[in-house]
Design a protein. Sequence first.
Length: 208
Amino acid sequence: MRLRSRVAVLTAALVALSFLAFTGPALAQCDPDNVIFEDDFEFFDASWGTPSDTVYVEDGALIIKEGWGQVNFSTRVDEADVCIDITIVEPDQGDVDISPASIIFWWQDWDNYYEMLYWATGGYAVDRIRKGKATRVVEYRETDALKQGLGQTNSFQLRLRPKDATLFINGDEQVRFKGQAPKEGGVIGFRSWGLSKFDNFFVSELIE
């Protein structure tokens, strides 16, 4: 009887853990043992600049809204694994189709950078901004890997190499695309056209 009771308890515990794994928030997959930079957003770190009405920390997340973009100058890399959990909370003007959230990477200045955008409708794309002009590097595509709808948390990983990058969404590899890191490396940041939450931010050494 004792053995059966223990087996029953262990089985129940495993079922509970499996349930949490499928229903809990998405978690970034970067290597915690080789971290270059991380932020759990307990407070607004000075490396993000100065907080304002459009970018601030609240309840353990970085909040960005109204089309604002913010980069972190402690994240300059040419190659690395970049991980972040993003939740689009509110759309701009009530329209989810014009309200993506994004990861900015290989940023040199606001005229030269790359940007991975995703929409709560279940699609993503990648742009390169060069000398202020945007070119689509990865055309808009939809994927079942994205959890659709406002308030859904999705986990993103960008594997940056000096001449290409790979995008993972919720652990699922989506696309590998060509790119060019700046000679001195570029910094990482985020943007939101509506109101979005960013948390579990890691930048770790690229180990393959």
